[in-house]
Design a protein around this ligand. Structure first.
Ligand code: ACO
Length: 325
């Protein structure tokens, strides 16, 4: 049976030049390199410079993804940008990116699912492509979490950073088997009853301010592994595939302990796990495409490899995407 598969043709990423080490943070709040590394695996995080916005990071990552795919902006129909830190309350940061890329056709919009944003954007793009409403999409995750952190709160400010990553997807005919290249299945979930465990204490409608990130870290940790493994098991059920079939596991890069515990629970071998959280901390919606791009550039992920993506974030939202590169 012939089907349309949303196939990744290129990826790219960008981290701001400026970065902050754990030692530097220890001079700002009561923390230490040892504490941060042991509890999270994070060694540094990149911070956007003054005047450097989410759209600027997104455009840089998008240009790299387009180059990697061998396309120009004129070849793209739709831009979907996942962010919880838009340049402005409106318009969507995606339309700024569209303009900066010189694209005046098609359409662009943002998706807000916090750290799960990239998986939600990928699933949305997959639906546009499989339904025939688009031929090529640019999916971007871009964040400047440094702008919503309370830099006096050591329980959160050590965890997050800024960055962007992007992929180019094309609708391609395929056989309809698990051997196809492209997205094989996606599974999205949310449960708003967990809102108070991870949120920003401001917004246009509530406080008319941007607000700061607030988190009950222990509570997030407690739920994360179960939620992540649930949606991955959904992907296995939908395809008949399992952990042994995976070539690579590219999780949301929030915390090395969550990543390791999820991989262990699922029986995914440690050498298949792509971890970049040490290099950039939790970059929310940007973290998966940052990790993907790192593993593609260093030659680990190759065409035909089976790759599992997953994320969990504020809301809570969580999701998985299983694809063949
Ligand atoms: N440096 C030093 N000490 C600290 C720091 C810090 N940066 N932060 C907290 N502490 C202290 C606490 O005050 C506490 O001290 P006390 O015992 O005197 O009260 C002690 O360290 C232990 O604090 P806990 O919160 O119990 O530490 P825990 O082992 O739970 O680790 C952490 C905290 C790293 C936040 C962990 O709970 C976690 O990883 N949670 C998940 C958070 C996460 O990844 N969120 C993002 C996922 S969703 C998304 O991506 C948006």
């Amino acid at each position: 049976m012939s089907v349309i598969r949303s196939t990744v043709l290129g990826c790219g990423s960008y981290l701001p030049e400026k970065f902050l080490t754990n030692e530097e943070l220890a001079s700002m709040v009561d923390t230490s390199d040892d504490w941060i590394v042991q509890r999270t695996g994070i060694r540094k995080r990149h911070i956007a410079s003054e005047g450097e916005f989410t759209s600027h990071l997104a455009v840089k990552a998008a240009r790299r993804a387009l180059d990697n795919a061998g396309f120009e902006a004129k070849d793209i129909d739709v831009i979907i940008l996942a962010t919880a830190t838009p340049d402005n309350t409106f318009p969507a940061t995606a339309v700024t990116v569209q303009h900066e890329l010189g694209m005046h056709h098609g359409f662009a919009f943002d998706i807000q699912a916090v750290c799960s944003g990239f998986v939600f954007a990928l699933a949305t793009a997959d639906n546009f492509l499989r339904s025939g409403q688009a031929r090529r999409t640019l999916v971007i995750g871009a964040e400047t979490f440094s702008r919503i952190l309370d830099w006096q709160d050591r329980t959160t400010c050590v965890l997050f950073g800024d960055g962007a990553g992007a992929v180019v997807l094309e609708a391609r005919q395929a056989e309809g088997s698990i051997a196809d290249r492209g997205i094989l299945t996606t599974h999205l979930r949310s449960d708003g009853s967990h809102k108070s465990k991870l949120y920003v204490d401001g917004g246009p409608s509530s406080t008319q301010t941007v607000g700061h990130l607030r988190m009950e870290g222990k509570e997030v940790f407690k739920h994360a592994v179960g939620m992540i493994t649930d949606v991955i098991e959904d992907a296995y059920k939908a395809t008949g595939l399992g952990s042994d079939d995976l070539d690579w596991f590219v999780p949301h890069q929030a915390n090395k302990r969550i990543i390791d515990a999820s991989a262990k629970k699922l029986g995914i071998a440690p050498e298949k796990v792509v971890t970049t959280v040490d290099q950039h901390g939790n970059t929310s919606a940007a973290s998966i495409p940052l990790a993907l791009d790192a593993a593609v550039r260093d030659g680990r992920i190759k065409r035909g490899d089976l790759v599992m993506l997953e994320a969990m974030g504020g809301g809570f939202t969580w999701g998985s995407a299983l694809l063949r590169w």
